[in-house]
Write a protein that binds this ligand. Structure first.
Ligand SMILES: [Fe+2]
Length: 533
């Protein structure tokens, strides 16, 4: 059996983990990782240990969806205690780091009153010395930035906390991953390798190219006792083959959420990669891994939110991605970590940063970074970019979760790029409050009334129509709604017909339709061929 060439099954879930929690970008960037270990993981574990029944009740309550509650039974109490102890022991330096950030914030708020900051360097907590630069904004509010490239080379970036879990699924269900760690289970293979390990590429390639089990077991270092379970992840049956686009036009395929593949016969561009699994019964037709080309020339990332940067999708696609285009970030601020360093650290060496109104050109295609406003709780986060993709003269505008705060900005952009043919716009207009995602980065409590006005909200109908009135597209698609069942584990969204994002996007679609604009809220899958001109 070990010598027979086999394929990786299409329903093997590939979950990258940090400290046994679902890995996302803020668990890789060292400073945000420290804050999340303390302000999210340890907090949720402690709360579960104190009252597991409260957690069990909360996860059943639809109003609490996406809240800080573990989807685990009381029987798991000892295992959670064990994970808590392991985290406190193994991540003591990160806990200290997080405490020091709090101390530094406090010291600056007491002592930095508009006078020179030089004398305050000696009061920076010792663990942070040499990792921060202090500054004021123009209104004399003190703050600091991290030298992130130095942090990545320090004890605060630990590859040994990274691991993988692999298991076979027969449905799209998974607990909300920011609140529930992945505990040991007889059905799950855990592999202790870091995310930049080349074995990940070899494993992922086995979806298309069979290899003997012996080869991949050696590549990933699978111990003998894990081998019987590991072997069940493979099959001798090949997968459906990819249907390459050979026509002269442009093929658009919607893969769910904000993931869209644009193909011509020469080029493939994949926006916000999020690929579902297949090989089990699903009520919803959807494209999946077998519908991806062997080479993705450009993968585009719009912003640093957990439902737009899925390491679960990106790591297995790493070997196919020629260029990874990300928004430019260099601030070093805790709330806006450097995405290029994050991707470099996990094995992506082909990262291109794109700035606002900057264009990348190749063949007859260009990609332009477009300003992205809103959906970041009014934090000074620059790591966000929408994209204008032009194939010949055909223009597709990907607006991700943008909230159109000030139409005048888009009039300025219109002056530069003109009308577009198709707009894709996210309309999750009732987003979560600030603290849902960024809470662990705050060292002072955010008052609830402020929190509720600082939401991660996309556009509503009025704001969406403002965009449409400016760019006058022939087609409008609402996307990035977090609605597909295979996205729920990361979006925690479940709408009803009365949910505001559904009501607002229905309204937008019907106004567009009345005006003769083709409009639809995408769900599941969609394929359109566009004529080049
Ligand atoms: Fe977002």
């Amino acid at each position: 059996m070990d010598e027979t060439p086999v394929y990786l099954k299409p329903n093997v879930v590939f979950e990258p983990l940090v400290d046994r929690w679902y890995a996302w970008s803020h668990l890789i960037s060292p400073a945000t990782a420290a804050m999340n270990i303390v302000g999210r993981h340890l907090m949720i574990m402690e709360s579960f240990i104190l009252a597991p029944d409260v957690h069990a009740g909360a996860v059943k309550n639809p109003k609490m969806r996406g809240g800080p509650f573990m989807d685990l039974s009381k029987e798991k109490l000892d295992e959670v205690k064990e994970l808590q102890a392991e985290t406190i022991r193994g991540r003591a330096n990160m806990i200290e780091f997080s405490k020091a950030v709090k101390e530094l914030d406090k010291m600056l708020s007491i002592e930095a009153k508009g006078f020179g900051l030089e004398s305050l360097y000696e009061k920076v907590p010792s663990i942070l010395k040499g990792f921060v630069e202090l500054f004021y904004d123009r209104n004399n509010n003190p703050a600091f930035r991290f030298f992130e490239s130095i942090l990545y080379k320090s004890q605060f970036y630990s590859k040994s906390s990274q691991s993988l879990s692999l298991w076979i699924t027969n449905n799209d269900e998974r607990p909300f991953v920011l609140s529930t760690p992945r505990l040991k289970s007889k059905d799950v293979v855990f592999i202790d390798i870091p995310f930049d390990h080349p074995g990940i590429d070899e494993l992922a390639k086995m979806k298309r190219r069979p290899q003997p089990l012996r080869y991949i077991k050696a590549g990933l270092g699978i111990p003998e006792d894990q081998a019987p379970l590991f072997n069940t992840l493979f099959t001798e049956h090949p997968h459906p083959s990819y249907d390459k686009y050979e026509g002269d036009n442009i093929r658009m395929r919607y893969f769910g959420h904000a993931c869209i593949l644009i193909e011509t016969k020469d080029i493939a561009i994949l926006a916000d990669p999020l690929i579902s699994y297949y090989g089990y019964r699903s009520d919803i037709e959807h494209f999946s891994d077998s519908d991806l080309p062997d080479v993705i020339d450009y993968a585009l990332i719009t912003h640093n939110h957990q439902d737009h940067i899925l390491l679960e999708t990106l790591l297995p696609l790493r070997h196919k991605i020629r260029n990874l285009v990300i928004p430019r970030t260099r601030g070093g601020r805790l709330e806006d970590p450097d995405l290029k360093l994050m991707f470099n650290s996990i094995g992506f060496s082909n990262v291109i940063e794109i700035d606002e109104m900057e264009t990348i050109k190749f063949k007859d295609i260009s990609i332009t970074g477009i300003p992205f406003t809103g959906e970041h709780s009014d934090l000074n986060i620059l790591c966000k970019s929408c994209h204008l993709v032009e194939v010949g003269r055909f223009k597709l505008l990907f607006m991700a979760d943008s909230r159109i705060l000030e139409p005048a900005l888009y009039k300025h952009i219109f002056d530069q790029i003109g009308t577009v043919d198709v707009i894709f716009l996210g309309m999750e207009c009732d987003g979560a409050p600030l603290t849902w995602l960024y809470g662990p980065l705050f060292t002072k409590k955010v008052p609830r009334d402020q929190d509720n006005t600082r939401r991660l909200s996309g556009s509503d109908c009025e704001r969406g129509m403002a965009l449409i009135d400016i760019f006058k597209p022939a087609e409008v698609y609402v996307y990035a709604m977090g609605q597909e069942p295979w996205v729920e584990f990361i979006s925690s969204i479940k709408y009803t017909n009365e949910s505001n994002p559904i009501v607002e996007s229905n309204k937008l679609v019907s106004i567009c339709t009345e005006r003769g604009i083709i409009a639809e809220r995408l769900f599941g899958e969609k394929e359109i061929l566009y004529k080049r001109y």
